[in-house]
Design a protein around this ligand. Structure first.
Ligand SMILES: C[S@@+](CC[C@H](N)C(=O)[O-])C[C@H]1O[C@@H](n2cnc3c(N)ncnc32)[C@H](O)[C@@H]1O
Length: 222
């Protein structure tokens, strides 16, 4: 049976298969690296995992329920699969990506999904650029914006991490995985330090231990 996150909208299982098919075709056409999929996405086809990871489904459910009426931007969106799922469930979304090959793959997925669901063109914007600089002065700031960070343990240096945290006061809400924000933090003490650092500037701060197993999500409001 096809499961829906929102009654009457495009089902999550349908999108899982749709995105899996897009990844499969891109891999066959261009190979792992030129396609911009790299091992991170290629494994989803090689191991038949589907187009969406479990934490993406969990965070999609959370965002649909808890971020209704807000504009949601995923930073380090990869192919943009999470903002696509949210947009096809009625939300207004964007995804930011800085890797050139990934950008091409994300734009190809955007085009492919828009050919089936043209309504996504009004709901989802793919943004080529680096966070935080690319969002400065953009329309994607304000109290109604939520920034989502799922898996961006990309080896940011201290300067980028500092500028990213400084940027948070430009939006109303941040949801991030403390383990994978900028660098990978395997030690609990390092995750606690990041939480305290952001909480010191935030209006509210809470851990979301039940959002997705094996993840360390936290929510902050500004
Ligand atoms: C590991 S992938 C995860 C993709 C997707 N969020 C997921 O969890 O399936 C992380 C992506 O974030 C991008 N990225 C990392 N830091 C970024 C930044 N500061 N601005 C834009 N993109 C960034 C990388 O290029 C990469 O495509």
């Amino acid at each position: 049976m096809r499961r829906n996150l929102t009654p009457g909208k495009v089902g999550i299982d349908f999108l899982d298969g749709f995105i899996h098919g897009a990844i499969n075709d891109a891999l066959a056409k261009d190979g792992i690296d030129t396609s911009g999929l790299y091992q991170f996405y290629a494994v989803r086809v090689q191991k038949r995992l589907g187009g969406l990871s479990e934490y993406e489904e969990h965070i999609a459910r959370y965002a649909i329920e808890r971020c209704a009426g807000r504009r949601v931007v995923e930073i380090g969106t990869g192919l943009g699969e999470l903002p696509i799922v949210l947009a096809l469930n009625g939300m207004t979304t964007a995804g930011v990506e800085y890797d050139g090959n990934r950008q091409r793959a994300a734009m190809a997925l955007h085009e492919r999904i828009a050919s089936c669901f043209p309504e996504i063109l009004e709901r989802y914007e793919f943004i080529r650029g680096s966070f935080p600089e690319t969002l400065s002065g953009s329309a994607w700031t304000g109290a109604d914006v939520t920034l989502l960070f799922t898996n961006v343990g990309a080896g940011w240096d201290a300067d980028r991490t500092g500028r990213a945290i400084d940027f948070f006061t430009n939006v109303g809400e941040i949801i991030l995985d403390l383990r994978l924000f900028g660098v990978v933090r395997e030690d609990a003490a390092d995750r606690e330090e990041l939480f305290a650092r952001i909480a010191a500037r935030a209006r509210t701060a809470e851990l979301l231990p039940d959002l997705s197993p094996g993840c360390y999500f936290a929510r902050f409001t500004f």
